[in-house]
Design a protein. Structure first.
Length: 380
């Protein structure tokens, strides 16, 4: 760690990582809207298959870190790019296409970054490598960043990539459930009381004025498709780019009820010491990643071709067709609304999400929302 830190110190530059203040113990920490309808017969079935970390970072009321970006004397050069590791969590997938595109087409290189895209192992905690100093930034959801901050980890969300929360409520097309308000008394299947599907369900219930006691929540693991096909539950929570596609392929007609409550979806985040030490690198990271998003939206077929280099198995026609459908369903998640600034998140949305999560017992302690995010690293 120290060797890596000091090896990068040179005249006129600042070391990439200033994380030696982190406690070694952290290394061991491992753990109602319009709805859409698909075609098919209703009811058709088939056998479808940490410890607290102190931080000296301060924030202003807009969520921007107090230090100015101009204070960095660092100059990034494509000729001598700075090593930079991005944590992408778990297995390679087309949902990470903008990152693959930005690396393959040289956007990171041109921004002065020699980027390593690191997918996590299943046995490591999502933020373990970041806290340990093995990653410089991570792709994570806003709710996950809030939870880490509530545990004392000095992490800041610096740029939105998914502009919409990626989960939805799914019901059979013949279901009496037409809106979130109709969920009272019904059984809803979720993988478990964790993650985006659970947070999304809590948001849907709150938007309808319902509580967990008004419905029957059943943990079914990752068997949402089978559970809905077999009428085991009345509704399931799933990802918009996954379960609806599988159900459509099975010929099962559905309706989806999206999350209308303001939740911050997946984006880039980094620890405050990294932001303070290398604002230039962070800004370059955000800009190049958003370039990858723009290219993927404009050229999805070419982006998919690039994914084949990073996602194993896409030479198989069946797997490729499934991945292509997933990518197509993911495109709307990357689109920025007309007139909105790419990567931007609002203090109001963060405040509403924090209030929901605090009320629902999803945070470990009080959180100053303005310390959780910053728009200061977005392209000007």
């Amino acid at each position: 760690m120290l060797a890596r830190l000091f090896s990068r110190i040179k005249p006129g530059a600042v070391p990439l990582l200033l994380l030696t203040v982190l406690a070694p113990a952290l290394l061991a920490a491992c753990a109602s809207s319009p709805s859409g309808t698909t075609s098919g017969d209703c009811g058709a079935s088939s056998s479808t298959p940490t410890a607290a970390v102190s931080s000296t970072a301060t924030s202003n009321s807009t969520g921007a870190l107090a230090h100015p970006l101009a204070a960095s004397a660092q100059r990034l050069s494509p000729a001598s790019p700075q090593p930079f590791t991005i944590g992408l969590t778990y297995i390679p997938d087309v949902q990470f296409a903008p990152f693959y595109v930005a690396k393959e087409l040289g956007y990171y290189q041109n921004a002065g970054l020699d980027v390593t895209l690191r997918h996590h192992g299943f046995t490591e905690g999502e933020f373990d490598a970041l806290v340990a100093g093995h990653e410089d930034a991570i792709f994570a959801s806003g709710d996950e960043v809030l939870q880490e901050r509530s545990r004392g980890v000095p992490i800041t969300y610096i740029g939105q990539v998914f502009t919409k929360y990626p989960v939805t409520l799914i019901v059979p097309a013949c279901s009496p459930i037409h809106s979130a308000a109709d969920l009272r008394g019904h059984t809803i299947g979720i993988p478990g009381a964790y993650g985006a599907t659970y947070i999304g369900l809590l948001a849907i219930l709150q938007s309808a004025g319902l509580s967990k006691s008004d419905v029957h929540i059943q943990s079914i693991g990752f068997t949402q498709v089978t559970a809905l096909l077999s009428n085991k539950v009345d509704a399931v929570m799933g990802y918009v780019n996954n379960e609806p596609i599988q159900l459509q392929k099975a010929g099962f007609a559905i309706r989806t009820i999206p999350v209308s409550f303001p939740l911050i979806s997946n984006g880039l985040a980094a620890l405050d010491p990294e932001l303070q030490a290398h604002p230039g690198e962070i800004r370059a990271l955000v800009q190049a990643t958003l370039q990858g998003v723009d290219y993927t939206l404009a050229h999805p077929d070419q982006a998919f071709a690039i994914c084949k280099k990073y996602v194993p198995g896409l030479d198989d026609p069946t797997k490729a067709a499934a991945a292509q459908a997933e990518l197509t369903a993911t495109l709307p998640l990357w689109k920025t609304a007309a007139g909105a600034k790419p990567g931007y998140t609002s203090a109001d949305a963060w405040q509403q999400m924090e209030s929901l999560m605090q009320t629902q017992g999803q945070l470990s302690g009080a959180v100053n929302v303005n310390s959780v995010f910053s728009n200061a690293y977005l392209p000007s």
